[in-house]
Design a protein. Structure first.
Length: 211
């Protein structure tokens, strides 16, 4: 098999064209790579920025979607402390029927039944184990499975399923949450295998205020 044929076959195996992934910056990490994220590293740029393996990201989106789809929608909670994650995480929750908890996490949300905002999910999705540390801690203490978007600088202790991705970029977060939503709905049989969402990636993006 020629190199060109091999590249074409690999391209067809991805959820979206490789160039689309790259344009979103989904693979751009940070200047730090923890031992936890070393397996997902592709290379280090000359400026010291670590780059994630797009193939690994693509594979983990598929795995995460199939895993999440096994749970009753109303028992899935999505946490997103980071501002750029508020819109895409909420959009996914709305389309998939999940519970969205954007913004600051209130201690006791997962552990204090007397708190008005207390919830009992069967699985949680975190946008960043560091920014969503309190949610991570409470979910882990209750033995709730945790799926987390993890950048190169993240520790993944207590995370059950790591999704390696740039979890800080506006476009990157829109792209990964769009794909997760699409693949979850496909896995649940609510979308055909090749059917697309009725909304676009741009609809998942946090909108910047123009002056």
């Amino acid at each position: 098999m020629s190199e060109e044929t091999g590249e074409k076959a690999e391209e067809e195996m991805l959820l979206i064209p490789r160039d689309t992934y790259l344009v979103s910056g989904i693979h751009i990490g940070t200047s730090v790579c923890t031992k936890f994220m070393e397996p997902f590293k592709y290379r280090v740029r000359n400026d010291g920025i670590y780059v994630l393996d797009v193939n690994a990201t693509d594979e983990r989106i598929r795995i995460s979607a199939k895993f999440i789809s096994r749970f009753e929608a109303s028992r899935v909670a999505v946490f997103a402390t980071r501002q750029y994650a508020s819109v895409p995480s909420t959009k996914m929750a709305r389309l998939c029927g999940f519970k969205a908890v954007p913004g600051r996490f209130i201690p006791g949300t997962l552990t204090n039944p007397s708190y008005d905002g207390y919830i009992e999910p069967e699985i949680v999705i975190l946008t960043d184990p560091r920014a969503d540390k309190q949610a991570l801690t409470e979910a882990a203490s209750r033995g709730i499975p945790i799926v987390a978007l993890c950048d190169t600088d993240n520790a993944t202790s207590y995370v059950d399923l790591v999704l390696p991705v740039n979890n800080k970029g506006r476009k990157s977060l829109a792209q990964v949450y769009y794909l997760l939503t699409r693949e979850i709905l496909r896995a649940r049989g609510e979308l055909g295998e090749t059917e697309e969402l009725s909304v676009t990636v741009e609809d998942f993006a946090f909108k910047l205020i123009r002056e």
